[in-house]
Design a protein around this ligand. Structure first.
Ligand code: AMP
Length: 300
Protein backbone atom coordinates (compact mmCIF):
# COMPACT_ATOMS: atom_id res chain seq x y z
CA UNK A 1 0.00 0.00 0.00
CA UNK A 2 1.35 3.46 -0.71
CA UNK A 3 1.63 6.45 1.60
CA UNK A 4 1.16 10.14 0.87
CA UNK A 5 3.01 12.57 3.11
CA UNK A 6 2.94 16.36 3.39
CA UNK A 7 5.39 18.23 5.58
CA UNK A 8 8.45 20.42 5.58
CA UNK A 9 11.44 20.00 3.26
CA UNK A 10 14.21 22.01 4.76
CA UNK A 11 17.73 23.25 4.99
CA UNK A 12 18.75 22.66 8.60
CA UNK A 13 21.60 24.17 10.62
CA UNK A 14 22.11 21.96 13.65
CA UNK A 15 24.46 22.11 16.59
CA UNK A 16 24.90 19.29 19.10
CA UNK A 17 27.76 18.59 21.48
CA UNK A 18 29.02 16.05 18.91
CA UNK A 19 29.43 18.69 16.15
CA UNK A 20 27.42 20.84 13.78
CA UNK A 21 26.13 20.97 10.20
CA UNK A 22 24.96 23.82 7.95
CA UNK A 23 22.45 23.70 5.08
CA UNK A 24 21.87 20.01 5.74
CA UNK A 25 18.90 18.21 4.17
CA UNK A 26 16.07 18.03 6.67
CA UNK A 27 12.42 18.74 7.29
CA UNK A 28 9.68 16.51 8.63
CA UNK A 29 8.61 15.17 5.23
CA UNK A 30 12.14 14.29 4.12
CA UNK A 31 12.97 12.40 7.32
CA UNK A 32 9.63 10.63 7.11
CA UNK A 33 10.09 9.71 3.43
CA UNK A 34 13.61 8.39 3.98
CA UNK A 35 12.31 6.16 6.79
CA UNK A 36 8.94 5.04 5.37
CA UNK A 37 10.37 4.20 1.94
CA UNK A 38 12.26 1.32 3.57
CA UNK A 39 8.83 -0.34 3.82
CA UNK A 40 6.42 0.99 1.19
CA UNK A 41 6.11 3.43 -1.75
CA UNK A 42 5.82 7.08 -0.69
CA UNK A 43 4.34 10.11 -2.47
CA UNK A 44 5.97 13.30 -1.22
CA UNK A 45 3.89 16.50 -1.23
CA UNK A 46 5.65 19.75 -0.40
CA UNK A 47 7.44 22.77 -1.77
CA UNK A 48 11.05 23.87 -2.20
CA UNK A 49 12.73 26.95 -3.65
CA UNK A 50 14.96 27.21 -6.71
CA UNK A 51 17.91 26.89 -4.30
CA UNK A 52 17.07 23.24 -3.47
CA UNK A 53 19.51 20.61 -4.81
CA UNK A 54 17.09 18.03 -6.26
CA UNK A 55 19.99 15.70 -7.08
CA UNK A 56 20.57 15.22 -3.34
CA UNK A 57 17.22 13.49 -2.95
CA UNK A 58 17.74 11.18 -5.94
CA UNK A 59 18.44 8.38 -3.45
CA UNK A 60 14.84 8.76 -2.27
CA UNK A 61 13.51 8.40 -5.82
CA UNK A 62 15.64 5.27 -6.19
CA UNK A 63 13.95 3.91 -3.06
CA UNK A 64 10.45 4.48 -4.37
CA UNK A 65 9.66 8.05 -3.30
CA UNK A 66 7.56 9.78 -5.94
CA UNK A 67 8.40 13.50 -6.05
CA UNK A 68 6.02 14.49 -8.88
CA UNK A 69 3.97 16.52 -6.36
CA UNK A 70 7.01 18.31 -5.00
CA UNK A 71 6.49 21.90 -6.09
CA UNK A 72 9.60 23.88 -7.08
CA UNK A 73 9.22 27.68 -6.81
CA UNK A 74 12.15 28.83 -8.93
CA UNK A 75 12.32 32.36 -7.50
CA UNK A 76 11.61 31.29 -3.91
CA UNK A 77 13.69 30.10 -0.98
CA UNK A 78 13.45 26.69 0.69
CA UNK A 79 12.14 26.39 4.29
CA UNK A 80 14.93 26.90 6.79
CA UNK A 81 15.31 25.71 10.38
CA UNK A 82 18.13 25.95 12.86
CA UNK A 83 18.33 24.16 16.19
CA UNK A 84 20.80 24.05 19.08
CA UNK A 85 20.84 21.08 21.49
CA UNK A 86 21.97 21.14 25.09
CA UNK A 87 24.24 18.38 26.44
CA UNK A 88 20.99 16.77 27.56
CA UNK A 89 19.81 16.16 24.01
CA UNK A 90 16.16 16.03 25.06
CA UNK A 91 16.44 19.83 25.29
CA UNK A 92 16.70 21.93 22.15
CA UNK A 93 16.17 25.54 21.19
CA UNK A 94 14.93 26.70 17.79
CA UNK A 95 17.22 29.53 16.68
CA UNK A 96 15.71 30.16 13.23
CA UNK A 97 12.42 29.17 11.62
CA UNK A 98 11.81 30.62 8.16
CA UNK A 99 8.76 29.23 6.34
CA UNK A 100 9.79 30.92 3.05
CA UNK A 101 8.05 29.07 0.17
CA UNK A 102 5.66 27.38 2.63
CA UNK A 103 4.02 30.76 3.32
CA UNK A 104 2.15 30.64 0.00
CA UNK A 105 2.05 26.93 -0.59
CA UNK A 106 -1.19 25.59 -2.05
CA UNK A 107 -0.80 21.80 -2.32
CA UNK A 108 -2.23 20.17 -5.46
CA UNK A 109 -2.21 16.38 -5.48
CA UNK A 110 -2.18 14.40 -8.72
CA UNK A 111 -4.22 11.21 -9.17
CA UNK A 112 -1.46 8.91 -7.84
CA UNK A 113 -1.11 10.91 -4.63
CA UNK A 114 -4.87 11.21 -4.22
CA UNK A 115 -5.31 7.46 -4.39
CA UNK A 116 -2.84 6.60 -1.58
CA UNK A 117 -4.55 4.69 1.26
CA UNK A 118 -2.14 5.67 4.07
CA UNK A 119 -1.72 9.36 4.86
CA UNK A 120 0.92 11.03 7.01
CA UNK A 121 0.42 14.68 7.89
CA UNK A 122 3.93 15.57 9.06
CA UNK A 123 4.85 18.64 11.04
CA UNK A 124 3.58 21.69 9.18
CA UNK A 125 0.73 24.20 9.48
CA UNK A 126 -2.46 22.22 10.31
CA UNK A 127 -4.38 24.19 7.65
CA UNK A 128 -2.02 22.75 5.03
CA UNK A 129 -2.34 19.29 6.57
CA UNK A 130 -6.12 19.50 6.21
CA UNK A 131 -5.97 20.78 2.63
CA UNK A 132 -3.94 17.71 1.69
CA UNK A 133 -6.24 15.34 3.56
CA UNK A 134 -9.24 16.88 1.73
CA UNK A 135 -7.74 15.75 -1.59
CA UNK A 136 -7.11 12.11 -0.70
CA UNK A 137 -9.97 10.10 -2.21
CA UNK A 138 -10.44 7.25 0.28
CA UNK A 139 -7.90 7.33 3.06
CA UNK A 140 -7.78 4.11 5.06
CA UNK A 141 -5.46 5.24 7.84
CA UNK A 142 -4.45 8.81 8.64
CA UNK A 143 -1.64 9.74 11.04
CA UNK A 144 -0.53 13.21 12.11
CA UNK A 145 2.40 14.79 13.88
CA UNK A 146 2.57 18.32 15.18
CA UNK A 147 4.75 20.56 17.30
CA UNK A 148 4.57 23.22 19.95
CA UNK A 149 4.39 26.23 17.64
CA UNK A 150 1.28 24.87 15.85
CA UNK A 151 -0.34 23.87 19.16
CA UNK A 152 0.14 27.41 20.44
CA UNK A 153 -0.56 29.40 17.27
CA UNK A 154 -3.01 27.24 15.31
CA UNK A 155 -4.92 25.43 18.02
CA UNK A 156 -8.39 25.58 16.40
CA UNK A 157 -7.14 24.43 12.98
CA UNK A 158 -5.26 21.62 14.71
CA UNK A 159 -8.32 20.50 16.65
CA UNK A 160 -10.27 20.44 13.39
CA UNK A 161 -7.88 18.07 11.67
CA UNK A 162 -7.43 15.91 14.79
CA UNK A 163 -11.11 14.94 14.49
CA UNK A 164 -10.33 13.30 11.13
CA UNK A 165 -7.31 11.16 12.00
CA UNK A 166 -6.60 7.65 13.30
CA UNK A 167 -3.23 8.16 14.97
CA UNK A 168 -1.64 11.18 16.65
CA UNK A 169 2.12 11.36 17.26
CA UNK A 170 3.04 13.84 19.94
CA UNK A 171 5.89 14.25 22.38
CA UNK A 172 5.44 14.37 26.14
CA UNK A 173 5.78 18.13 26.59
CA UNK A 174 3.48 18.86 23.64
CA UNK A 175 0.83 16.50 25.06
CA UNK A 176 1.00 18.45 28.30
CA UNK A 177 0.64 21.80 26.50
CA UNK A 178 -2.25 20.63 24.32
CA UNK A 179 -4.25 19.16 27.23
CA UNK A 180 -3.11 21.20 30.23
CA UNK A 181 -2.47 17.90 32.06
CA UNK A 182 0.97 17.29 33.55
CA UNK A 183 0.65 13.50 33.82
CA UNK A 184 1.65 12.08 30.44
CA UNK A 185 -0.60 9.00 30.59
CA UNK A 186 -3.62 11.09 31.59
CA UNK A 187 -2.77 13.65 28.88
CA UNK A 188 -2.54 10.95 26.20
CA UNK A 189 -5.82 9.37 27.28
CA UNK A 190 -7.59 12.69 27.14
CA UNK A 191 -6.25 13.22 23.60
CA UNK A 192 -8.32 10.22 22.50
CA UNK A 193 -11.39 12.40 23.17
CA UNK A 194 -10.24 14.81 20.45
CA UNK A 195 -10.60 12.24 17.66
CA UNK A 196 -7.73 9.80 17.12
CA UNK A 197 -8.14 6.09 17.87
CA UNK A 198 -4.47 5.83 18.81
CA UNK A 199 -2.09 8.27 20.48
CA UNK A 200 1.68 7.71 20.48
CA UNK A 201 3.59 9.77 23.03
CA UNK A 202 7.30 10.07 22.22
CA UNK A 203 9.63 10.55 25.16
CA UNK A 204 13.01 10.78 23.43
CA UNK A 205 15.62 8.53 24.99
CA UNK A 206 12.94 7.28 27.42
CA UNK A 207 10.99 5.51 24.69
CA UNK A 208 7.33 5.86 23.81
CA UNK A 209 3.77 4.92 24.77
CA UNK A 210 0.97 3.69 22.53
CA UNK A 211 -2.44 4.51 23.99
CA UNK A 212 -5.87 3.47 22.75
CA UNK A 213 -9.25 2.65 24.30
CA UNK A 214 -7.89 -0.93 24.44
CA UNK A 215 -5.06 -0.03 26.82
CA UNK A 216 -1.43 1.01 26.99
CA UNK A 217 1.67 -0.44 25.33
CA UNK A 218 5.09 0.66 26.57
CA UNK A 219 8.18 0.70 24.32
CA UNK A 220 11.66 1.46 25.65
CA UNK A 221 14.10 3.26 23.36
CA UNK A 222 16.76 1.13 21.66
CA UNK A 223 19.87 1.45 23.85
CA UNK A 224 22.49 3.45 21.90
CA UNK A 225 25.97 4.22 23.16
CA UNK A 226 26.36 7.35 21.07
CA UNK A 227 23.80 9.83 19.78
CA UNK A 228 25.10 12.34 17.23
CA UNK A 229 22.01 14.36 16.33
CA UNK A 230 18.40 13.78 17.51
CA UNK A 231 16.93 16.00 14.76
CA UNK A 232 14.26 14.15 12.82
CA UNK A 233 13.96 11.35 15.37
CA UNK A 234 10.21 11.93 15.66
CA UNK A 235 9.67 12.03 11.89
CA UNK A 236 11.79 8.90 11.37
CA UNK A 237 9.85 7.18 14.14
CA UNK A 238 6.62 8.05 12.36
CA UNK A 239 8.14 6.82 9.09
CA UNK A 240 8.91 3.46 10.69
CA UNK A 241 5.40 3.19 12.15
CA UNK A 242 3.36 4.26 9.12
CA UNK A 243 5.79 2.45 6.78
CA UNK A 244 5.31 -0.79 8.70
CA UNK A 245 1.50 -0.41 8.66
CA UNK A 246 1.49 0.25 4.91
CA UNK A 247 3.81 -2.72 4.34
CA UNK A 248 1.50 -5.08 6.22
CA UNK A 249 -1.74 -3.43 5.04
CA UNK A 250 -3.23 -3.75 8.54
CA UNK A 251 -3.87 -1.36 11.43
CA UNK A 252 -5.34 -3.41 14.25
CA UNK A 253 -4.02 -3.05 17.81
CA UNK A 254 -1.54 -5.96 17.47
CA UNK A 255 -0.04 -4.57 14.26
CA UNK A 256 0.15 -1.12 15.85
CA UNK A 257 2.24 -2.58 18.68
CA UNK A 258 4.74 -4.08 16.22
CA UNK A 259 4.72 -0.86 14.23
CA UNK A 260 5.70 1.34 17.19
CA UNK A 261 8.59 -0.99 17.99
CA UNK A 262 9.66 -0.66 14.37
CA UNK A 263 9.37 3.14 14.59
CA UNK A 264 11.68 3.23 17.59
CA UNK A 265 14.24 1.12 15.77
CA UNK A 266 14.20 3.33 12.67
CA UNK A 267 14.57 6.44 14.86
CA UNK A 268 17.57 4.83 16.58
CA UNK A 269 19.37 4.74 13.22
CA UNK A 270 18.42 8.33 12.35
CA UNK A 271 20.07 9.79 15.46
CA UNK A 272 23.39 8.03 14.83
CA UNK A 273 24.36 10.69 12.29
CA UNK A 274 23.55 14.23 11.17
CA UNK A 275 20.78 14.95 8.69
CA UNK A 276 19.63 11.95 6.58
CA UNK A 277 23.11 10.39 6.60
CA UNK A 278 22.23 7.16 8.42
CA UNK A 279 18.78 6.73 6.90
CA UNK A 280 20.39 7.00 3.46
CA UNK A 281 22.70 4.04 4.24
CA UNK A 282 20.41 1.49 5.84
CA UNK A 283 18.17 -1.20 4.37
CA UNK A 284 15.01 -3.01 5.51
CA UNK A 285 17.31 -5.88 6.62
CA UNK A 286 19.25 -3.61 8.97
CA UNK A 287 15.95 -2.66 10.62
CA UNK A 288 15.01 -6.33 10.97
CA UNK A 289 18.36 -7.23 12.55
CA UNK A 290 18.09 -4.43 15.11
CA UNK A 291 14.50 -5.47 15.88
CA UNK A 292 15.79 -8.98 16.66
CA UNK A 293 18.34 -7.52 19.04
CA UNK A 294 15.67 -5.32 20.62
CA UNK A 295 13.52 -8.40 21.17
CA UNK A 296 16.45 -10.02 22.98
CA UNK A 297 17.12 -7.04 25.25
CA UNK A 298 13.47 -6.43 26.16
CA UNK A 299 12.16 -10.01 26.60
CA UNK A 300 11.95 -11.61 30.03
P1 AMP B 1 12.01 16.53 14.94
O1 AMP B 1 13.42 16.51 15.48
O2 AMP B 1 11.43 15.16 14.72
O3 AMP B 1 11.11 17.45 15.69
O4 AMP B 1 12.11 17.15 13.46
C1 AMP B 1 12.96 18.21 13.17
C2 AMP B 1 12.79 18.55 11.69
O5 AMP B 1 11.56 19.25 11.55
C3 AMP B 1 13.89 19.44 11.18
O6 AMP B 1 14.50 18.81 10.07
C4 AMP B 1 13.21 20.75 10.77
O7 AMP B 1 13.58 21.18 9.49
C5 AMP B 1 11.74 20.44 10.82
N1 AMP B 1 11.00 21.50 11.53
C6 AMP B 1 11.39 22.21 12.62
N2 AMP B 1 10.44 23.11 12.98
C7 AMP B 1 9.42 22.93 12.10
C8 AMP B 1 8.13 23.54 11.94
N3 AMP B 1 7.68 24.52 12.75
N4 AMP B 1 7.34 23.10 10.94
C9 AMP B 1 7.75 22.11 10.14
N5 AMP B 1 8.93 21.50 10.22
C10 AMP B 1 9.77 21.91 11.20
Amino acid sequence: MSIVVVGSIAFDDVQTDKGSVKDALGGSALYFSAAASLFAPVHLVGVVGGDFPMEEIAFLNARGVNTDCLDVVENGKTFRWSGVYETDMNKRRTAVLALNVFERFDPMLDDRCRSARYVFLANIDPELQERVLDQVVSPEFVALDTMECYILQKREALRGVLRRIDLLFINDSEAQILTGLSNVVAAAESLLDLGPRYVVVKKGEHGSLLISRGGIFVVPAYPLRKVIDPTGAGDSYAGGVVGYLAETGAHDEGTLRKAVVCGGIVASFAVEGFSLDRLRDISRNDVERRMEHFRAVTGF
